[in-house]
Ligand binder design. Structure first.
Ligand code: GLV
Ligand code: MN
Ligand code: MN
Length: 402
């Protein structure tokens, strides 16, 4: 029905958000440990599927494990992801899924617009970069992704073996996608604002780099004869910061977040180091220039030390802008719910919306992260801000239909 008032139930929304947190609750603060395909993730998805069903939506799970609750006919898709980082917060992704569920339920109760809901799988990149939505959108093929490994050597093909697949979900039924998320940075919290309407999402590149030298005795091998893989990574990291200086802007970021030394023992000069190299920027050209610097430097370091370097598959997503019409609906809704306390801002974090933008118009809204902390157990947001975000989302959905 056009013009229906979508009256969200904030208590039901908060109760469901806390319930979702109970799957993989870490015991430290409000943190969760719910990586893609873990027992906690699978149990959370069973619970979510029941909630989608109760809300009158038909439940579908595709081969990757992306979970949909579908309204009949054409609908607007809302959602995010419910997997977490190995040590994650309770809101990253979960907020967007539960807000979507609440708006879908409330809209149905009010006879409002048809809303479908999604929880994408492996947004947090246990295997790739936003893997579930990358596959659903056609950015990456499932057969190709099946060959990706996590940091423990488990392949995606193996991890997704027990997914309760029901079938594919055709993107053509959706008129657009809106993802609500926590900001995961300090901007809104520092400014004392409640809502961010996203203008665009940065691009990313991510690959594994391996240095191989010679494993040897840590007591007897003279320093000048060592081919120590950790020393190579250490020089690489130091030199990279120097070489990137003239290429990057204050918004560019790069991270070595994971490293595995072999054999990882106090009395052995490490013969092998495998590490993750990730970089992000809003300019695809700059991402490419950084890649060149990274590859050349790693090769130089290996050559100078008589070592071998190899590079894993380069994964990535391009920077994307948000759809003007959906964004305007969010901006208007933010003006009425949080007057003077919202802004337009870019996203430095990656989101499923990037992949979905290949298929349909997309937009995003943020609520503040206390202290700008995320991807950590301490991640949190004030309840009043969570509720303001939910109301902005519901207001935008209502306006898009009228
Ligand atoms: C998503 O979690 C990201 O790493 O930006
Ligand atoms: Mn997220
Ligand atoms: Mn995340």
């Amino acid at each position: 029905m056009k013009g229906a008032v979508v009256q969200v139930d904030q208590n039901r929304f908060l109760a469901d958000l806390h319930m979702l947190r109970s799957f993989g609750a870490s015991g430290v603060g409000k943190g969760v440990v719910r990586p893609a395909y873990s027992n906690a993730d699978s149990a959370a998805r069973v619970w979510l599927a029941e909630r989608f069903f109760e809300a009158g939506l038909s439940v579908e799970t595709d081969a990757m494990g992306n979970l949909f609750g579908l309204a009949d006919g054409p609908s607007l898709l809302l959602g995010s992801h419910s997997d977490s980082q190995p040590e994650g917060g309770w809101l990253d992704g979960a907020l967007g899924v539960i807000a979507a569920l609440e708006v879908a339920r409330a809209s149905r109760e009010a006879g409002g617009p048809a809303i479908s809901v999604v929880s994408f799988q492996d947004e947090e990149g246990r295997f790739g970069v936003t893997t579930g939505s990358a596959i659903w959108s056609g950015h990456m093929g499932l057969a190709e992704a099946d060959l990706l490994f996590d940091h423990h050597g488990v392949s995606l093909a193996e991890a997704r073996r027990n997914v309760p697949v029901t079938g594919d979900v055709d993107p053509a039924q959706f008129t657009g996608f809106i993802e609500m998320h926590i900001e995961q940075g300090p901007v809104l919290d520092t400014a004392g604002e409640q809502i961010g309407v996203v203008s665009d999402i940065v691009g990313i590149r991510d690959m594994k780099i391996t240095f191989e030298g010679q494993q040897n005795h840590a007591g007897t091998t003279p320093m000048h004869l060592r081919r120590d893989a950790f020393q190579a990574v250490s020089s690489f990291n130091f030199e990279l910061n120097e070489r990137l200086r003239n290429v990057v802007t204050p918004a560019t970021v790069w991270t070595i977040g994971h490293m595995r030394l072999h054999p990882n023992a106090s009395s052995i000069v490490p013969g092998k180091a495998v590490f993750s190299m990730q970089w992000r920027d809003g300019d695809a050209g700059r991402l490419g220039r950084m890649e060149g610097i990274i590859r050349v430097l790693a090769q130089e370091i290996a050559d100078a030390r008589g070592m071998v370097v190899s590079f894993g598959p380069l994964l990535g997503l391009e920077p994307v802008g948000m759809d003007a019409k959906l964004r305007k609906a969010l901006e208007n809704s933010a003006t009425s719910i949080a007057p003077g306390r919202w802004r337009v801002m870019p996203s430095g974090a990656l989101h499923d919306a990037t992949n979905v933008s290949r298929l349909m118009p997309v937009a995003m809204l943020f609520v503040p992260s206390i202290g700008g902390i995320s991807h950590a157990f301490e991640e949190d947001t004030d309840e009043v801000d969570l509720i303001a975000g939910l109301r902005v989302l519901a207001g935008a959905v209502e306006a898009l239909e009228s």
